[in-house]
Write a protein that binds this ligand. Structure first.
Ligand code: ADP
Ligand code: ZN
Ligand code: ZN
Length: 681
């Protein structure tokens, strides 16, 4: 009988790895290997773990050792580099290794369900090679000189390089990714080596065109997709295809940065500035940052693409750490950047949210048979209900937030804790029956548009209108088909769509973000407005047609953010933002970590944080006062935070492990968590 000890990393809250005993009934069976997955008992559960060591003996007493249930020997082990990537993320973000390595592995692999795995393997083995002849049929535009220079810079050199592909909206960044991928794959093949390319996108269901483009361009290759909306069987099959090296291209959302890809040769991060690359719970990692780390580890190129790069990346490009590749023109013939104009809302009163110049501009589009897009980053009918008689407002009783009026469903809904109730017939405090909605969301503007333009086909796209699976896709298809005259939506409509008949973009109420407490709000607003503006004027139209237009309603037309937008001047905006950050001592000029605590009583959370603050000497690290979070109470739980700042990343990283250990040793009963490089402070 063969036996050995396996050390498993498990996805459990404890920061430990566990030893188990493995015994083979069949003496000829091969020993399990580091990098394989194994099912093991944990308490009363069975959990999947990653084998991180195979050894003869354990420090654990023999009678305390438990037996492995099964090793997933059908699968080749993940590479040592993959484990090293997970270890890095585990150390950097201060979370257990198993919490990094296991959640990115499909669920079906993590349970005792071998049939799912076997079915996936069989299906993959049976799948023939995709059709090579079809490749020739696909239309591929000739690259313009800037695109070609970018492709050559990315693909014709080996070794680790971070490229910042800074290309205005519609400049053809996708072509650059696809050509670079093709070149890298062909180069490796000509040397008899396999190659895989990882393409990360912010949200796959908002960028279906990219997936379609990739598949059309590479019909001869296996393109795997990895994102949270795949059905489990498909997810497993695609994960395994990446892991086996079968999938030459893996297209996925942030979790795909941890895909096992043995032949990885190129990484692309599209829209690198997008906030959805940041995981906001559990392991709060930045997929963009991990992509760069992974490229350096493996010595390969990584491309960060954006029309509005994050100012962190811009700073690195300025200092020479990243290499900047610029695409300054729109790629399609005759396509031009839209003209941006501001509508001064101090002069143009708009009781229903739409100013006369914006209404006139929409009307002109309707008359010409063109499409308009109106952007309002607030869903629901009205953000709050109000009683004029006594001043009552629709506060959520469980959160420091308003209940939002959703008129079609006739409900008030809290967007933080999901509490819902019927719209009250009368004021709960004074009985007044005339309750008023205050402010406006997409539903209210939709209603107004329908009265203004009864003949127009108005379509609203937001999280409420696209709850059903596939409905977002159907809505976007309708816009592309030309079945929509006026598209109205939240930031969901800002992403990479190439709407050919769209010639007007209106931003209804962007000012709210100007005065946010969050120091990143301005950067986010600028990126959003550039993105949404970038939906206009992509086709070019008739030579004599008036240029596409972007109209922004604002009460602060002199604000530097809008001035930069008028001039399509991302660079000026980024320089000014970086100067402000430097002066204020904010990232990327300092490194931060944030400790959060939650309790029924705010005082308890603040006390815990105060205790945490005084636990260890922390020379060179500023630990600020504990403060309540902006939205202090959510679902009845009070939340507070403690911000750490340090000019040196290394020093902060050295402080965190002993501090975390000391925090755990407090054995506090309240919930707390640490976030490294926090984004929402
Ligand atoms: P971005 O991602 O930079 O906003 P896209 O990649 O969506 O831009 O490209 C915008 C449009 O330009 C697409 O319709 C694309 O097919 C077209 N395009 C890209 N490169 C070229 C080129 N070299 N010649 C002509 N059209 C191009
Ligand atoms: Zn009242
Ligand atoms: Zn609530």
């Amino acid at each position: 009988m063969t036996r050995c000890i396996l050390t498993l990393a498990l996805d459990t809250p404890l920061d430990t790895e566990f030893d188990y005993r493995w015994t083979a009934a069949d003496p000829t069976a091969p020993l399990p290997a580091v990098g394989q997955f194994a099912l093991a008992p944990f308490g009363r559960r069975e959990v999947m773990g990653l084998i991180v060591a195979v050894k003869a003996d354990s420090d654990v007493d023999d009678d305390k050792l438990r037996d492995i249930i099964a090793v997933r020997s059908q699968l080749a082990p993940v590479s040592p580099e993959w484990i090293a990537l997970c270890r890095f993320a585990s150390d950097y973000y201060q979370r257990p290794l198993g919490e990094v390595a296991l959640p990115c592995v499909p669920k079906n692999l993590r349970t005792d369900n071998t049939t799912a795995l076997e079915r996936a393997l069989k299906k993959l083995a049976a799948a023939g090679q995709p059709d090579a002849a079809a490749a020739a049929a696909v239309l591929r535009p000739d690259l313009n000189p800037e695109q070609l220079a970018a492709v050559e810079a990315i693909a014709d050199r080996t070794g680790f390089h971070t490229h910042l592909l800074f290309g205005v909206t519609g400049s053809g960044k996708t072509e650059v990714y696809l050509h670079a991928a093709e070149r890298v794959i062909e180069r490796e093949r000509s040397h008899g080596r396999a190659a895989q390319v990882l393409i990360l996108v912010p949200e796959i269901n908002l960028t279906p065109q990219l997936e379609a483009n990739v598949r059309a361009r590479f019909p001869q290759l296996f393109v795997a997709t990895l994102h949270s909306q795949l059905a489990e069987g498909e997810r497993l099959r695609h994960w395994v295809a990446a892991h086996q090296g079968r999938a030459a291209i893996v297209l996925g959302t942030r979790l795909a940065v941890l895909a096992s890809m043995p032949d990885l040769k190129l990484i692309v991060v599209d829209e690198e500035h997008d906030p959805s690359y940041k995981q906001q719970e559990g392991l709060r990692y930045s997929a963009r940052d991990l992509a760069v780390w992974r490229a350096r580890q493996l010595g390969l190129p990584v491309v960060l693409g954006s029309a509005t790069p994050s100012v962190e990346s811009w700073q690195h490009a300025g200092s020479g750490r990243y290499r900047k590749l610029a695409l300054r023109q729109r790629a399609a013939a005759r396509a031009q950047l839209p003209r941006v104009g501001l509508i001064d809302m101090e002069v143009n009163k708009a009781p229903d949210g739409l100013s006369p110049p914006l209404v006139a501009a929409v009307r002109a589009r309707l008359e010409r048979g063109e499409q308009s897009l109106l952007f309002l980053n607030r869903r629901g009918y009205a953000p709050v209900m109000h009683c004029d008689a006594c001043g009552w407002i629709s506060n959520c009783r469980r959160c420091t937030a308003f209940m939002v009026l959703h008129k079609p469903e006739r409900r008030l809904r809290c967007h933080h804790c999901s509490l819902e109730m019927r719209i009250p017939h009368s004021c709960p405090t004074c009985g007044n029956v005339d309750l008023q909605p205050l402010g406006r969301g997409t539903q209210r503007v939709e209603e107004h548009l329908q009265t203004l333009f009864p003949e127009a086909r108005v379509l609203r796209i937001d999280a409420d209108s696209t709850r059903k699976k596939g409905s977002a896709q159907a809505a976007f298809d309708a816009v592309h088909r030309g079945d929509v005259d006026i598209l109205l939506g939240t930031q969901m409509v800002a992403k990479g769509h190439d709407f050919q008949r769209l010639t007007l973009v209106g931003a209804i109420n962007p000012d709210t973000a100007l005065f946010s407490q969050d120091y990143r709000a301005g950067e986010r607003l600028f990126a959003q407005l550039m993105q949404v503006a970038g939906r206009a004027g992509r086709a070019g139209g008739e030579a004599a047609a008036p240029p596409s237009e972007v109209l922004i309603q604002t009460r602060y037309p002199q604000h530097p953010l809008y001035r930069a937008l008028l001039a399509h001047d991302y660079e000026g905006f980024a320089q000014a933002t970086l100067a402000e950050r430097r002066a204020a001592g904010l990232p990327p000029f300092v490194y931060q970590a944030l400790l959060r605590a939650e309790a029924r009583e705010l005082a308890a959370a603040l006390d815990f944080l105060q205790q945490a603050r005084e636990l260890l000497p922390h020379e060179g690290i500023t630990i600020n006062d504990p403060v309540p979070m902006t939205i202090t109470r959510v679902a009845g739980i009070e939340r507070a935070q403690l911000l750490l700042e340090c000019a040196s990343r290394a020093r902060l990283q050295a402080f965190l492990p002993p501090w975390m250990q000391a925090l755990r040793a407090l054995k506090s009963r309240l919930r707390w968590s640490l976030e490294v490089d926090p984004v929402d402070i």
